[in-house]
Design a protein around this ligand. Structure first.
Ligand code: DAT
Ligand code: MG
Length: 139
């Protein structure tokens, strides 16, 4: 099934100049990049984006980090885009992420793990709605 998902290159990765090669992995896989922008997330958007983690002990650190510098936001479209993007990203903790995955190839730190991707169809719709206007998605 053709799906759309929200993928984001996090501030650690943009600072390291990795956004191009991460984007290229999604293009090479065969996905269509229907939305793309570089921005600094507002605190309000970050708190909404990570609302499911509001009560976690790492929430403040998470919001601080994700708003600390530019992110590159993507809307990735294609067959099974939601699950396939998560598989490409690898485990949340880069220490557990397999080589060949994005986190397994580029990250070591749990907090600064290079990339975000929506974890379900509901999350994808919710997160795309937070970060993209319909007019910004070019199919
Ligand atoms: P994912 O990003 O793989 O969907 P998640 O939604 O559980 O993982 O967590 C969101 C982000 O929060 C994750 O990418 C890194 C950070 N995080 C998760 N668990 C953490 C922890 N125990 N300590 C610090 N940061 C954590
Ligand atoms: Mg998550």
């Amino acid at each position: 099934m053709t799906e759309r998902t929200f993928v984001m290159v996090k501030p650690d990765a943009t600072a390291r100049g990795l956004s191009g090669e991460i984007l290229a992995r999604f293009e090479r896989r065969g996905f269509n990049i229907v939305g793309l922008k570089k921005t600094v997330m507002t605190r309000a958007a970050a708190e909404e984006h990570y609302a499911e983690h509001r009560d976690k002990p790492f929430f403040a650190e998470l919001v601080e980090f994700i708003t600390s510098g530019p992110v590159v936001m993507l809307c990735v479209e294609g067959e099974g885009a939601i699950g396939a993007s998560r598989t490409m990203m690898g485990a949340t903790n880069p220490q557990d992420a397999a080589p060949g995955t994005i986190r397994g190839d580029y990250a070591l730190d749990l907090g600064q793990n290079v990339i975000h991707g929506s974890d379900s169809p509901d999350s994808a719709a919710r997160e795309l709605g937070i970060h993209f206007a319909a007019s910004e998605l070019i199919g």
